[in-house]
Every structure is written in structure tokens, then in C-alpha cells.
Design a protein around this ligand. Structure first.
Ligand code: FE2
Length: 208
């Protein structure tokens, strides 16, 4: 499981991360645990790298450059397996697209997270790296990127500090399937998906 900027809000999870490499933090945050690891799967070894972007990260800016960090981490994991996935958790499409080109031919797939909105640019780059600017959100879509829409609109129109409740309805799982050749690590295809996880026909507003 990869993570992002908000991992810094929960230092109580650091001791757990220090011992549990299945939970990654962005490799360019200097906190306990890791942001790059190789896992044994039924189909062979799979490397996963997690980095955070620089744009609009306010007080959660990375301590090291996302691009250099990702490049070094991918090279390190490739000593164990050609199959390496990279999650760049960032706001700017330009950073994510740049990361895709930087790692084309090195990573099996580069995909973005953080904006919560799935993008329509799934492709396999010329060097064999599958690419998608944002996987999209798994969570409630009757809202504004996961928060209750009425409380968000209050914040936009009236009170800058209004509390934004978590939305509850129209829960969907979004993501992408990257088909990768295990021998070479090359991506063959990318397929987007969004599945409704509950009845999404009810337009009633969320309860308080
Ligand atoms: Fe984020």
C-alpha cells in the first residue's frame, strides 16, 4: 500500500511503518519505514516505489527531489526484479507526466495519485512503461474529492475554515490494470476501471 502527503499527519503510525514494509511512505520523506520495496507474489517479485511531488504540498514538501529519488529507487529495485511500479503522489499533471518520461524503459508502470480524479491518458510509452496521470479515487463520489459537497461549498462560499465532513455515498473503486511481461518488465497494456461498490442511484444528501 502506497501513501502520500497525509502520512505526515499521523506520526503514531511511524513505529508500525518502521517494521511493516507493506505500508510505504513517499521515499522522499525522511521518516521511519521505506518508500521502495520488492515483494514476493505468486507471479514473481514485484517492486513498488512511492514518491511525493513538489507542487502545492504546502507544509508537506518533500525533503528530497522526487525525480532523482524515484530514479535511484527504481535502479535499486531493478537489481532484484524487472517488474517495478511507481506511484507519484502529486498535484501537478506536469510533474507526473515528466516522471513517466524520466522512467520510461526503467519502470513497468508510472501512475499518479492525490488528485482523486481519474485521467483519460492511459498509454504505454515507447520504452515500454505503462503510464497514467491519475488512478482516480476509491471512495465516495457524491461529494468533492471525498468530502461532503455541502460542507465544501460552505467553505468555498462563506467560511474559509468550515469543517468538511467525509462524504458517504456513491462509493466507487477506481484504478487501472497494467499488464506486464514478468520476464522483461515491459508493460503490454493499460486498462482503466471504475466499479460501483454500492447502489449509487440514491441522490439523498449525506447525513450529518
Ligand atoms: Fe494526497
Amino acid at each position: 500500500m502506497t501513501s502520500g502527503d497525509h502520512i505526515l499527519d499521523y506520526p503514531d503510525v511511524y513505529p508500525y511503518m518502521a517494521e511493516e514494509p507493506r505500508l510505504l511512505h513517499p521515499e522522499n520523506y525522511d521518516i521511519p519505514g521505506t518508500g521502495a520495496h520488492v515483494y514476493d507474489t505468486p507471479k514473481g517479485k514485484v517492486g513498488v516505489v512511492n514518491v511525493v511531488g513538489h507542487v502545492f504540498m504546502k507544509d508537506r514538501v518533500p525533503t528530497r527531489n522526487a525525480f532523482n529519488t524515484a530514479q535511484q529507487a527504481v535502479a535499486r529495485l531493478r537489481e532484484q526484479t524487472p517488474v517495478v511500479f511507481v506511484d507519484i503522489h502529486g498535484e501537478a499533471t506536469s510533474e507526473k507526466i515528466g516522471m513517466g518520461w524520466l522512467l520510461d524503459g526503467q519502470a513497468s508502470a508510472v501512475f499518479g495519485t492525490h488528485t482523486h480524479v481519474q485521467t483519460a491518458d492511459a498509454q504505454v510509452l515507447p520504452g515500454g512503461t505503462g503510464y497514467l496521470t491519475d488512478l482516480g479515487m476509491t471512495g465516495p463520489h457524491l461529494g468533492v474529492i471525498g468530502r461532503d459537497k455541502d460542507t465544501v461549498l460552505k467553505r468555498f462560499t462563506q467560511e474559509e475554515k468550515a469543517y468538511m465532513r467525509v462524504a458517504k455515498q456513491w462509493v466507487r473503486m477506481s484504478g487501472a490494470i497494467f499488464e506486464v511481461e514478468t520476464g522483461s518488465g515491459r508493460c503490454r497494456s493499460v486498462e482503466l476501471f471504475t466499479h460501483a461498490l454500492e447502489d449509487t442511484s440514491d441522490p439523498e444528501p449525506n447525513e450529518a
